[in-house]
Write a protein that binds this ligand. Structure first.
Ligand code: AMP
Length: 204
């Protein structure tokens, strides 16, 4: 069960990928989360990518591909995986083809104005990484961590990330279409409704 989930920033990819991982018992691999973890730990990689992340610029393919290549070799990926935020460029998609055969490409379809509003309203737990909305307040209801705004989630950076998605990542949907693995799901609905449709695609 090798799955890729696509969608603009703020489309709910991370949330749906987490639910898919839990239901089907496969690892949720988010390159954004891996990069943020490297920044938090101030590793060599973390320090190198900090400015690019803050500006919403893509991390160079060479670095990103190596990171995913190593992760997919881990034992927990043998039965499948859900990739969230990778591939984002044609070079990454071609590299992924060398690493694994994809069974499903799920595309979350959400209009631009909706995702910008969602991003502005999004908060992330600094402790457990859970994504939630501003109405939850300052404290994560799951782990008690502090809820913060991500450094790349101001209006300008969000619009830039959206442009990067349309310019570089969205065209990959066409790249996968000839293989009959692409499934577009309306993501502009409550989380559980979107997830029900994803289950219909992936099977009970
Ligand atoms: P995300 O959490 O998926 O929205 O990613 C946050 C940021 O991490 C992006 O704006 C990029 O700077 C970086 N990033 C995540 N995944 C990739 C990728 N596949 N290729 C390049 N940069 C990435």
């Amino acid at each position: 069960m090798n799955i890729v989930i696509f969608g603009p920033p703020g489309s709910g990819k991370g949330t749906q990928a987490g639910k898919i991982a839990e239901r089907y018992g496969i690892p949720h691999i988010s390159t954004g989360d891996m990069f943020r973890a490297a920044m938090d730990k101030k590793t060599e990689l973390g320090l190198k990518i900090k400015d690019m992340m803050a500006k919403g610029i893509l991390i160079p393919d060479e670095i990103t591909i190596r990171l995913v290549e190593m992760r997919l070799k881990d034992a927990d990926c043998t039965e499948g995986f859900i990739l969230d935020g990778f591939p984002r460029t044609l070079e990454q998609a071609e590299a992924l083809d060398e690493m694994a055969e994809l069974g499903f490409v799920i595309v979350l379809d959400v209009p631009d104005d909706v995702v910008v509003d969602r991003i502005m309203n999004r908060r992330t737990c600094a402790k457990c990484g859970r994504s939630t909305t501003a109405d939850e307040g300052d404290t994560c209801k799951k782990c008690g961590g502090k809820l913060v705004k991500r450094s790349d989630e101001d209006v300008e950076t969000s619009k830039h990330r959206l442009k990067v998605y349309h310019d570089q990542t969205q065209p990959l949907i066409e790249y996968y279409k000839p293989r009959d693995v692409v499934h577009v799901v309306d993501g502009d609905r409550p989380v559980e409704e979107v997830f029900k449709d994803i289950i219909k695609v992936l099977g009970e």
